[in-house]
Design a binder for this molecule. Sequence first.
Ligand code: AOF
Ligand code: ZN
Length: 367
Amino acid sequence: MARLEQNALDRRFMAAAIRLSRSHQGLTGTNPSVATLIVKDGVIIGRGVTAIGGRPHAETQALSEAGERARGATAYVTLEPCAHHGRTPPCADALVTAGITRVVSATNDPDDRVAGKGYAILRAGGIEVEECVLGAEAADYLAGYLIRSSKKRPEVTLKLALSSDGFIGRGDGQVVITGSVSRSQVHLMRAETDAILVGIGTVLADDPQLTCRLPGLEARSPVRVILDSQLRLPLDSALVKSAGNVPVWVAASAAAAPARRQALVAEGCRILATETDCGATALPELLDDLAAQGISTLMVEGGATVANSFLQEGLVDRLALFQGAAAIGSTAGVAVPELHSHIARGFKLLHDYRFGHDQYSEYVRSV
Ligand code: AOF
Ligand code: ZN
């Protein structure tokens, strides 16, 4: 087959593998959700995605579907196949044993147990390896895993709903900024993220649930993290009332009233203690702590103070901006002053969609 034609086919199958990997995004624990397609004579004969909970790996499942037909086939993998012994032998060995002759991979695995060793096993087994096909696209889906591996903190997405004139709310009361299509999209994002974070101000103002309420995806609600140094979280809030079903973790000062701490713990909340010398929440330490507890992706949902702090501290990797059609006006509007200077200095536009009447713009960190 001509080289150009082969490249185009490789990209098409890899794009399909990346789409498949999305199906378990947020469900594989600390293991990334990766996918494998086994292709022979242009036909997919095996497909696998990392199982819920993280095991079995994608390759094992794709190979078992393909069976004997895998001999002489090509495997498309969104991440370098593993080289370590877990509950099953290394996927790289399994590909060799199955008689795969070519592996096309999108991203390299930074895990010390793998990093380069997976490809080495494949090559030593006589497999032709093509690396970095649709690498940027796959890395975007694997960002939580890649950032957690390299920076020991979760990937942080700052989600904001903006009025047409750029405000995130009214100082004098609640306002609906975006439409139902955007709201469904936010719920889908919640289903795919490990944890969601807001400040106590947002909880006191809106009494939000912060769950995913899309039909069929209710069980995929993220851990809810509240920045609440003085433990003001009301015991009768929607969050506390549902803490038995969907985890609520409260980042508080060690000096916060012990009685409140006990009351919240009795309702099923977990208290995280990470604070600066002056008693405010220390965001980098909090993020470290979240990563250590297995959180790879964090969505920050509000409000202005929290958004500004994450931006100022350089802790935002991705911006998800939903801009509604209506204006709020500068007398009542609440702004995020850091937003536009940060976009200009350090982000590039990745997606630009229309959701109903709203404009959706997704930016990723470029520096
Ligand atoms: C693969 N295929 O589908 C995934 C991989 O705890 P373990 O033994 O499951 O290992 C977790 C590591 O496996 C993880 O850090 C990453 O290096 C790799 N993930 N590898 O071959 C897969 N999900
Ligand atoms: Zn594996």
